[in-house]
Design a protein around this ligand. Structure first.
Ligand code: ADP
Ligand code: MG
Length: 702
């Protein structure tokens, strides 16, 4: 592989992206202006412009080695999809020319019948269509020009994650502009930005290949704990090992070429666990970039004889992987609406936007929770390593005290010691709260942005941002409706903020989110929801209040919501179902025969030893044989029970029922089986054990 010297990074950066620099350089001024208007202001794209852009895009792509193009989209499978077409068109002289039209740029018609649609697309209408999203730049990957697109059915219903994301961004922009107008600010748009911090594991490829559970399900379904885990805290921010370092260098180069702002990388808490954080960007671009990052991480790892695990919980008993969604709102003029201001007026505006988020999180806890719900993430949330399944907001002590003072019209105990009158007083200066190291909060204010920490490492960030944007748009809409009609803006604003704090303070919590006491308090005293599994959370998508809000802001249609709920639950059931079958397979084909082999060795050894002398006691051999044979009996019993559960699942016709059976019957059976096998692993000689151990998987990369 080509090595890139540091001095060439600026040159390398974005070299495979048809970005603003390329557009400005290659497009005529008129075409460029027109395209910019589409990108920045949602203006309709006219056909001649599309034609001109397509021509330049093709020339640029071909110059950079591309032979194919694809509409790149994000179906509901959670991964990205692409179908490549080459640029070639036969020419009269028997050769070929490279062609790409405006039509091909704007719209594609992939056969959509194999993507999940949750009943949206009748089977007779297999085709869906993809539509260019000019707000996310086209790029070249594997000699293919990739055009970011939205994916819809012929009746216009969204079959992807990008369409509702773009709709939610528009909804938020619309409402935020109304609020800003009340503060005397006319802006072109308000956009949300996201910086997603991505965790992952790296393990040796040869070891990976020997573990069917990793190969089929992305996580280990069995495995006794190694003698050493993460208790010494010696991995977090530790020295990066050479092989990992080579991987990271290579990864950075690949990401930089694609214009992805990979910035920070370090070792994480668990052995073999790492993190990569990019610099934040507009939400839909950040979403595209995060999908690409995950894909490229896996690809680059293979080049280094490694496998990148993006599963939320690859190893039981070892920290899992999450993703932190750092989120903020900013205007086209670069004003961050979550930055506390300098003047009373700015402060009031900041507090109003802050309240909008607090209210949104409280009113739509369930939507945020279900937006990160997957079978994989269920292993983390509430397992004392990730934020609990209960959603709450952390503001830090100072900001909380300020809100409390406003709520009660009492002097704030900070330096100023005066009653804060919004729009009249400046807010007391509060430092960026360093107690944000409180990592137990699912939704933390960190100075000028919120950090949503419940995402699983493999989640698309689209899902939670759709819900977050829509919910905040709803708070803002309510505020705008009320304030637009107010006689005295300042006092109406003051009342509104006071009321909001009073009404929604139950969602504010600065304490330890991992504690048992919090679960008690949150659920019993405060009435917050605690949706522990995907099966519990997902059906709430169809709660009346949620559907009403999402439809009112035109983020989803009714049928889209039904189809999404169905698809997500189906995905949950299928995922666990595959895990169950993989367990049966491994137990019957590998573990039971392996234990049997070891038992035979022991038995043979015992009888040989006894034939030498009557005085040999064979205590070790006998006790091991007794326990192991007991365990194999249990294993057999448990694997048969698991097979029964898997069979039973076929009997349900409603997906909600199936998902409950998965939660209440299948998963407990899997857990019971695992327990027996893990104990047997500890008693069986390593030589006889058919797969690499946790110790080997976690500590073999240097
Ligand atoms: P941490 O302490 O969690 O490492 P950082 O300040 O390093 O926090 O930021 C983590 C992520 O947050 C990065 O991806 C960063 O680009 C992103 N970020 C910083 N400011 C903003 C913002 N205003 N809006 C959205 N994301 C942001
Ligand atoms: Mg962070």
């Amino acid at each position: 592989m080509e090595k890139t010297s540091v001095s060439s990074v600026p040159e390398l950066f974005g070299s495979m992206v048809f970005d603003d620099r390329v557009m400005r350089a290659r497009l005529s001024a008129k075409v460029y202006e027109s395209l910019r208007k589409t990108i920045d202001e949602d203006a309709r794209l006219d056909e001649t412009v599309a034609e001109a852009v397509a021509k330049e895009m093709r020339d640029w792509a071909v110059e950079n080695g591309a032979t194919h193009f694809t509409h790149w989209f994000q179906p509901l499978t959670g991964v990205t999809a692409e179908k490549h077409d080459s640029f070639i068109t036969p020419s009269p002289d028997g050769g070929v020319i490279m062609e790409f039209s405006g039509k091909e740029l704007i719209k594609g018609e992939p056969d959509a019948s194999s993507f999940p649609s949750g009943g949206l697309r009748a089977t007779f209408e297999a085709r869906g269509y993809t539509a260019w999203d000019p707000t996310s730049y086209a790029f070249i990957k594997d000699h293919t020009l990739c055009i970011p697109t939205a994916f819809c059915s012929y009746s216009g219903e969204a079959l992807d994650k990008k369409t509702p994301l773009l709709r939610s961004m528009q909804a938020l922009s619309r409402q935020a502009k109304r609020i800003l107008k009340l503060f005397g600010k006319e802006v072109k748009y308000v956009r949300t930005s996201v910086g997603p911090e991505q965790e992952y594991f790296l393990i040796d490829e040869a070891m990976y290949q020997k573990r069917p559970d990793l190969v089929y399900t992305g996580r280990t379904l069995f495995g006794a704990m190694p003698p050493k885990g993460q208790e010494l805290d010696d991995h977090y921010f530790g020295v990066i090992k050479p092989r990992v370092n080579a991987f990271m260098e290579d990864l950075n180069n690949e990401l930089w070429k694609l214009g992805i702002l990979a910035k920070t990388e370090h070792n994480e808490v668990a052995p073999a666990q790492h993190e990569l954080a990019p610099i934040y960007s507009t939400t839909n671009v950040a979403t595209d970039n995060n999908q690409l990052t995950m894909e490229i991480m896996q690809k680059v790892a293979r080049r280094h004889g490694l496998v990148c695990l993006l599963h939320e919980k690859p190893f039981a008993g070892v920290n899992g992987s999450g993703k932190h969604n750092n989120w903020s709102m900013a205007t086209d003029t670069g004003m961050n609406l979550l930055s506390p201001g300098e003047t009373p007026h700015e402060n009031a505006q900041f507090l109003l936007f802050l309240c909008a988020v607090i209210q949104a999180v409280d009113d739509y806890q369930d939507l945020l929770r279900l937006s990160v719900a997957t079978a994989g993430n269920d292993h983390r949330l509430g397992a004392n390593e990730a934020p609990p399944a209960i959603i709450s907001v952390f503001l830090g002590d100072e900001l909380s005290a300020i809100l409390e003072a406003i709520k009660t019209d009492t002097p704030y105990q900070g330096k100023e010691k005066e009653v804060i009158k919004l729009g009249v007083h400046t807010l007391p200066r509060f430092s960026r709260d360093t107690t944000d190291r409180n990592r137990t909060s699912p939704f933390a204010f960190t100075g000028n942005k919120f950090e949503f920490r419940s995402l699983g490492s493999s989640n698309s960030i689209a899902c939670c941002n759709i819900m977050l944007n829509a919910a905040v748009a709803e708070s803002l809409k309510q505020y705008a409706d009320r304030l637009e009609g107010a006689e005295n803006f300042e006092s109406a604003l003051h009342d509104l903020i006071k009321e909001t704090i009073t009404k929604h303070e139950r969602i504010l919590f600065n304490g330890n989110g991992y504690g048992e006491e919090w679960i008690e308090e949150a659920t019993k005293v405060r009435g917050l929801s605690n949706l522990k599994t995907t099966a519990d959370a997902m059906p709430h998508l169809l709660d009346e209040k949620n559907m009403k809000m999402l439809m009112a802001h035109k983020v989803f249609t009714e049928s889209e919501l039904h189809s999404r709920c169905e698809i997500m639950l189906e995905n949950y059931c299928k995922t666990v179902n595959i895990e169950g079958h993989t367990m049966v397979d491994m137990v019957r084909k590998s573990y039971l025969p392996a234990i049997e082999g070891y038992l035979f060795d022991l038995a043979q050894a015992t009888s040989y030893m006894k034939s030498v002398s009557e005085n040999v006691k064979c205590k070790y051999e006998t006790s091991t044989i007794e326990r192991l044979s007991e365990l194999t009996d249990n294993i057999l019993e448990n694997v048969e029970a698991l097979e029964g559960s898997l069979e039973n699942l076929k009997g349900y016709s409603e997906i909600i029922e199936t998902s409950k059976a998965v939660r209440d019957d299948l998963i407990p059976k899997m857990d019971a089986l695992r327990k027996n096998v893990d104990e047997a692993e500890m008693l069986t000689s390593e030589k006889c054990w058919p797969v690499p151990s946790y110790g080997q998987l976690l500590f073999s990369v240097y």
